[in-house]
Design a protein around this ligand. Structure first.
Ligand code: XMP
Length: 509
């Protein structure tokens, strides 16, 4: 059993970020809906509770709220933004609408005698995003931070263990925000910090063993980070009771299928690789519409997987690589959500199994990577950049042929190799080549050529929701360009994609 912090979600856009920051402080936390009953919260025996922000005004009738009993549990509570206003509202203070909203980086002055700001500078920038403000403190509270426009940028009632912060400590624009959260966890809640991946790996292995017993487990392995880490975990837990089916659709990057196979060669699992390249190319012949391509691949994936699974016969468990952001997004931590769309493209309908196991469902992506390292998984699998399920099919504009796939694989491999050689592979979050299928005139030696235009794409991003095009130095681009044109047949022109997302997307299809 770990120390637990409950993050009560009131609809704020940063709820996941708060949870990640808490775990970065080595304290385990779970995101729960604000509708969770007081009994349930009590039964979870938390060391502390955090209220997230939210888009509403606390004084409106339909706004999310919670029973005042939460403040009587003897468990420290930290309210953030809306959560802070809600705490003030429920404990007898007053929340009003300000004439001016505070938004963005704001100079803030702190009372360093407060538990939250202990050992931190008395002044610094915080990230504000609010119109409502606390116009009257509740009885027993004092203001512990202020800005030019906001008299209560933070408040506390130390005796009752109640703390509120009007700004967002979880976003990086708030200076020392993580340290303030750490102070809440360690100083106010008395946490010791018992959450680490090495602990977790052993616990998860034991739990899987207990649940699976002598049963058989089936996993669709895509070669992506989540399914690879899952395979490693299951292999350590139940060894060859696990069968991994790796459907190679022939649309992976150069040598990738072999790499995935090699990575698991020494592991104690039944590893089935299905080389289904021809089958996929057959289904995709002549198809040009991006959405149709995606649909065909998703469906075919399931069919191939089912064909193989049928050969194995009845299994007891189907393993899924669901991770915590999927769980939170599908209903504020509500239990029993089965992800219908995973990297394999969906849950197979006809596979005969009695239960699903999802050992990664409590982990964030960075934690999944850490777990992979703990388990001894090959570095190149742990640090793999995102790769879309439909693979190169959506990086070849228009119709797909075997020849085009090979051209793109070769060009993309050179691009990636040179980015690594230039030491840029950890700075650029995703980079790949796109075969545009457009042809143009060129000259090589004394001959006219009429060949394909290749596009290069490189982006920097933290969440892949928005992205900036990467500023790859010209000399690196120069080297990549001459190598590709010289070494790969059928390409005589290369362009670099200089759009950000939005308005573009990262992938071209
Ligand atoms: P876009 O192109 O929407 O891509 O800006 C955002 C991120 O998602 C990846 N991506 C996918 N990942 N299955 C996946 O598992 C897919 O069908 C898929 N399509 C896009 C893309 O590579 C980028 O990292």
């Amino acid at each position: 059993m770990h120390e637990l912090i409950i993050v009560l979600d009131f609809g704020g856009q940063y709820n996941q970020l708060i949870a990640r920051r808490v775990r970065e402080c080595n304290v385990y936390c779970e995101v729960k809906s604000y509708k969770t009953s007081i009994e349930e919260i009590k039964a979870m025996n938390p060391k502390g509770i955090i209220f997230t922000g939210g888009p509403n005004s606390v004084y409106l009738e339909d706004s999310p709220t919670i029973s005042k009993e939460i403040f009587e549990l003897g468990v420290p509570v930290l309210g953030i933004c809306y959560g802070c206003q809600l705490m003030a509202h429920l404990t007898g203070g007053k929340v009003s609408s300000a004439t001016v909203s505070e938004y963005g980086k704001t100079a803030t002055v702190f009372d360093t005698d407060s538990v939250l700001f202990k050992g931190l500078p008395a002044e610094g920038n915080t990230w504000m995003s609010h119109t409502d403000y606390i116009s009257e403190l509740p009885e027993g509270f004092k203001s512990t931070a202020h800005t030019a426009d906001c008299p209560v940028a933070a408040m506390e009632n130390k005796e009752r263990g109640l703390y509120g912060i009007q700004y967002h400590p979880e976003v990086m624009h708030t200076e020392n925000g993580s340290e303030m959260l750490r102070n809440f966890l360690y100083e106010a809640c008395g946490c010791k910090g018992d959450w680490s991946m090495s602990n977790y790996a052993q616990t998860a292995i034991n739990q899987v063993r207990e649940k699976v017993g002598n049963g058989k487990v089936l996993l669709a392995l895509s070669g992506g980070v989540d399914s690879s880490v899952l395979a490693a975990l299951l292999s350590k837990a139940v060894g060859n009771q696990l069968t991994c089916i790796f459907v190679d659709h022939g649309l992976m990057r150069k040598n990738e299928g072999d790499e995935v196979e090699a990575a698991f060669a020494d592991w104690d699992v039944n590893f089935v690789r299905v080389n289904a390249g021809e089958r996929f190319l057959g289904k995709l012949a002549g198809v040009t519409d991006p959405e149709t391509k995606r649909k065909i691949i998703g469906e075919e994936f399931i069919r191939v997987f089912e064909d193989e699974a049928k050969k194995i016969g009845k299994v007891d468990f189907l393993a899924q690589g669901t991770i915590y952001p999927d769980v939170i997004e599908s209903g504020a931590g509500d239990a029993a959500v089965i992800k219908s769309h995973h990297n394999v493209g969906g849950l197979p309908d006809y596979v005969d199994f009695k239960d699903i196991i999802e050992p990664l469902r409590l982990l964030f992506k960075d934690e999944v990577r850490q777990l992979g390292i703990e388990l001894g998984l090959a570095d190149y699998l742990v640090w793999r950049q995102p790769f879309p399920g439909p693979g190169l099919a959506i990086r070849i504009i228009g119709d797909i042929t075997k020849e085009k796939v090979e051209i793109l694989q070769d060009a993309d491999a050179i691009f990636r190799e040179e980015i690594t050689n230039a030491g840029l592979d950890r700075d650029i979050n995703q980079y790949f080549a796109v075969l545009t299928s457009m042809k143009s005139v060129g000259v090589m030696g004394d001959f006219r050529t009429y060949d394909y235009t290749l596009a290069l794409r490189g982006v920097t991003t933290s969440d892949f929701m928005t992205a900036d095009f990467a500023r790859i130095p010209y000399d690196v681009l120069d080297k990549i360009s001459s190598r590709i044109v010289n070494e790969v047949k059928s390409i005589n022109r290369i362009v670099y994609d200089i759009t950000s997302k939005p308005p573009s997307t990262i992938e071209w299809e």
